[in-house]
Unconditional design. Sequence first.
Length: 290
Amino acid sequence: MQIYINGELVPEAEAKVSVFDHGLLYGDGAFEGIRAYGGRIFRLHEHVDRLFRSAQHLAIQVPVTRDGLAEAILRTARANNLTDGYIRVTLTRGVGLGLDPKNITNPTLVIIASQLALYPREMYENGLELVTVALRVPPAQALEPRIKSLGKYVNNILAKMEANRAGAGEGLMLSSDGYVAEATGDNIFILCKGEMFTPPAHVGILEGITRAAAMELARRLEIPVSERMLTLYDIYNADECFLTGTAAEIVPAVKVDGRLIGTGRPGPLTKRLMAEFRALVAEEGVPISR
Ligand code: PXG
């Protein structure tokens, strides 16, 4: 595997960052997880833009331009003959011991083009089970959720461990005041009487790129879709429920905290959206080959 580090492609065994890297020491950085389908990178520019917005908030100067980053991602995919896979872009503040970022000037940019397993195929056909975890998402006033920051993910990892302990496919996280926020690495949607709802960003969610794609597809199918504050009552009483994320794509959720959602089978609108999503990723996207 060839890894991109700060402008160079190097073999995996030589791809090393400093033990003084602020990403390692403090989780001081941001990342993107991107997928490629059939030789095309899905929503490449949206991911590049989100990384730049994260970097702008963190006041980390991305060492390349937007076009330069898109090109670096494509170059890394090409060097690894990637057609279908997962691309992980990591940006950190750079090397420096001690919290104060004042004298840290050389950010670290790493791009890995690899594979990431989806949920088992069975979960796409039969739906997954969610459990509400005790751990809450950080309030937006404390940790801006729109930054896809490295450090924030300890919370998501702990939440995933809680879901694993419960034997569920995913953990559902609430805001500190008990509104439905998101899953540990996915956004959540429900369908009620033909209308689609998802929590607004200010609840403390990541504004997912797959979430935006699902909303676009719903509009195309003339399913009314809106952001709304949701409680567990809304989820338990929904006709259909599904999760969206780069890793998960669109995956039905059929059981939440022991309650069957709707019929307990992936719903008709969820299935249509999954089919439309598969068509979208096959036709859209930036070609990897020149
Ligand atoms: N919420 C959270 C907390 C996430 O981390 C999403 C929602 C969905 O966003 P996108 O833009 O992917 O639709 C995410 C995304 C990984 C990995 O490395 C994590 C994500 C995406 C891809 C890979 O496990 N999280």
